[in-house]
Design a binder for this molecule. Structure first.
Ligand code: HEC
Length: 157
C-alpha cells in the first residue's frame, strides 16, 4: 500500500516536472508576476464582481499584465488571432440588456466566469488549453486585467 502511494507521488512529481518542461519549451511562456502596488486591496475573499471598473491605475496595470500573460494566446491588445476566444466579446452582450438590474446581473455573472476561467485555466481530458493563474498572480491583478478587457471592449464598439 505504502509503495503504491509512493509510486503515485513519484508519478505526480514526474508529470508536473514534464508540464513545467513543456511550458518552458514554448519560449516566453513563463507567467509574469504582476505588481499591483497602489490598487485598493480586495481582501482575502474572492470578489463577486470587478471592484475596479473604470479605475485608471487598474487599466494601466491590467494592460501590461494582459500583454505579458495572455496576449500570446488571446492576441495583442485582446484582438484574437483565432487561437483562443476574443476576450473583448466576453461581456459585450450585457451592454444590450435593457433592464438595469438584469444588466448588472449579467456583468456580475460574466465577472464570475472570467475569474473562474483564469483561476482554474482551461483543462479538459488532461489537455491544458490555458494554464491556471491562481497562485501566479493575485486577485488584484486578475481584476486589473478584467478592467483592461472592458476598456478594449468599449474601444471596439
Ligand atoms: C496557452 C494559451 C492561453 C493563455 C496563456 C491564456 N489563455 Fe485564456 N484561453 C485559452 C484557450 C485556448 C481558451 C478556450 C478554452 C476552451 O476551449 O475551453 C481560453 C479561454 C479563456 C476564457 C474564457 C473565454 C470564453 O469566451 O469562454 C477567459 C476568460 C480567458 N481565457 C482569459 C485569459 C486571461 C485573462 C489570460 C491571461 C491571464 C489567459 N486567458 C491566458 C488559451 C490561453
Amino acid at each position: 500500500m505504502k509503495s503504491t502511494i509512493r509510486t503515485f507521488a513519484a508519478a505526480l512529481i514526474a508529470s508536473s516536472a514534464l508540464f513545467a518542461l513543456n511550458a518552458s519549451a514554448h519560449g516566453n511562456v513563463v507567467p509574469q508576476s504582476v505588481d499591483t502596488t497602489g490598487l485598493p486591496p480586495v481582501g482575502d475573499k474572492w470578489a463577486e464582481q470587478n471592484p475596479y471598473r473604470g479605475n485608471k491605475l487598474a487599466l494601466k496595470i491590467g494592460a501590461s499584465a494582459y500583454n505579458q500573460n495572455c496576449a500570446r494566446c488571446h492576441g495583442l491588445e485582446a484582438v484574437t488571432g483565432g487561437i483562443a476566444p476574443d476576450l473583448r466579446l466576453l461581456d459585450r452582450d450585457c451592454l444590450d440588456v435593457k433592464n438595469d438590474s438584469k444588466k448588472k446581473a449579467c456583468f456580475k455573472e460574466i465577472d464570475n466566469y472570467f475569474l473562474t476561467s483564469i483561476r482554474n485555466g482551461k483543462v479538459r481530458n488532461g489537455a491544458v488549453y490555458m494554464p491556471p493563474f491562481e497562485g501566479v498572480f493575485n486577485q488584484e491583478a486578475m481584476w486589473a486585467i478584467k478592467t483592461y478587457l472592458e476598456a478594449r471592449r468599449d474601444a471596439s464598439n
